[in-house]
Design a protein around this ligand. Structure first.
Ligand SMILES: O=C(O)CCC(=O)C(=O)O
Ligand SMILES: [Fe+2]
Length: 431
């Protein structure tokens, strides 16, 4: 629904709501959650063991088949459904159980606190729809007892879904840090989604000749305002993880999270879905019109730079040598921010001149390049500041173009997709 009201919740209310969420996560709910979280992760077995003693508490001591040994799961305290105020189901099974550990973290008080507002709002919204529908179709007003029951069910499902989404985002984030996926070539002939005509020819020329390009009005119309609203909703849910590692080293201070189509709701995030679709068509379109040999990709990054002076220092997204090559070839960033963004709002994307790459056409081409030149020219001058204006797309060569996000004083969102591709093809652009 539109017209979302921003409510500031005071601490006491939040505490109460967290307690409600906690009691919603009774034993049965935790088993359901754990089963769903583990599906597809290769750790299904760890969740299954507990399933059968959920309904018969008497069989509670047969923990031996698990390699954990250090926790007895408090099951003894929970002989039947009713009130589970202090339920602390532990999901982690052993020291190497990353999925279980993530679940425990996300279901901890801090984890629940991060999602309480969104879950409560979503529950209210869904309940309102259900209530209205019931009134329309059956002409009946729900009695209070039914209403409470329905609300509880909705809350439980909304909560479980939110936890799953958070856990999945965290798992993917962990994976993507170490992945170097040998992806599938984005073959334009096989693309069925659209006409592959989103990029203007100037955009492609600029990318190929100068290393970067800016295209305004990318999605068209007012779409970007809806995208902003949807991204803000996701952000509100705290699904973006803070980038602890980089924060420690002081290079960036935004929040970000990894998302694929499976993580967003086609209806609820309709416009963001549209952006994902168009961004993921870009490697196909670029392969049709340039010789970059890009691969397909559908792992998006949503980043939020808060209004409190957030930044991302000079860096480069990829590289050519074994150590720095992470597969990324083209960086695509879409900004759903307001159109009236000005220089004083900060947050510009500053593009620096390209580092000399190993495929440069200069100097007769007979001398083999030394390394990827990465340390050599890390002080190229700034060549352009690009404001993160609404409906703007920026493309640049991930391995060539150093860039940074200047100190930002206004809430700033960015949707990014890195298009993978091998070093070499199309990389001989520097003179
Ligand atoms: O948000 C931006 O404009 C750029 C962010 C960036 O450089 C990155 O995520 O690697
Ligand atoms: Fe970057």
């Amino acid at each position: 629904m539109d017209g979302k009201v921003e409510v500031e919740w005071d601490e006491e209310t939040v505490d109460k709501m967290v307690a409600v969420l906690r009691s919603t996560l009774d034993h049965r709910a935790m088993l359901d959650l754990e089963r769903r979280a583990r599906s597809g992760t290769g750790t299904e077995e760890k969740g299954r063991h507990h399933h059968h003693h959920c309904h018969d508490d008497a069989a509670d001591e047969d923990d031996a088949s698990d390699d954990e040994g250090h926790h007895g799961h408090d099951h003894q305290h929970h002989h039947h459904q009713h009130h589970h105020h202090h339920h602390h189901h532990t999901c982690k099974k052993g020291p190497d159980d990353g999925v279980g550990q993530l679940l425990d973290e996300v279901c901890g008080d801090d984890g629940l606190r991060d999602m309480v507002v969104l879950v409560m709002e979503r529950t209210a919204e869904i309940f309102e729809n259900v209530r209205r529908k019931a009134a329309q179709e059956e002409g009946a007003v729900m009695d209070e007892e039914t209403a409470i029951g329905v609300q509880k069910e909705i809350l439980k499902e909304a909560l479980i879904r939110q936890i799953l989404q958070t856990v999945n985002a965290k798992i993917r984030s962990a994976q993507s840090l170490e992945s170097r996926e040998g992806g599938l070539l984005a073959t334009p002939g096989g693309y069925r989604g659209s006409d592959l005509d989103r990029l203007r020819s100037e955009t492609i020329h600029s990318l190929m000749r100068t290393g970067f390009a800016v295209q305004d009005g990318f999605m068209g119309g007012q779409e970007y305002t809806e995208v902003y609203r949807e991204v803000e909703m996701l952000e509100y849910a705290s699904t973006f993880n803070q980038v602890y590692q980089q924060q420690l080293s002081g290079t960036r201070s935004d929040d970000m999270g990894w998302f694929s189509f499976a993580d967003i709701d086609r209806i609820q995030h309709k416009h963001l879905w549209g952006v994902f679709e168009v961004l993921s068509s870009l490697p196909f379109e670029l392969n049709k019109k340039a010789n970059l040999y890009l691969q397909m990709s559908s792992t998006f990054q949503l980043a939020c730079y808060h209004a409190k002076g957030t930044f991302y220092k000079r860096h480069i997204d990829g590289g050519y040598d074994a150590k720095t090559n992470n597969g990324r070839k083209i960086t695509a960033i879409y900004y759903p921010n307001p159109q009236d963004w000005t220089e004083s709002d900060g947050g510009a994307l500053r593009i620096y001149g390209p580092r000399r790459n190993p495929y440069g056409r200069s100097k007769g081409g007979s001398t083999p390049p030394d390394g990827d030149g990465s340390e050599a020219d890390d002080d190229t001058p700034a060549i352009q500041d690009i404001l993160p204006k609404g409906d703007r797309l920026v493309l640049f060569r991930s391995r060539d173009m150093p860039h940074e996000v200047l100190l930002c004083h206004r809430k700033r969102f960015a949707v990014s997709l890195w298009l993978p591709g091998p070093p070499g093809p199309g990389d001989d652009w520097q003179t």
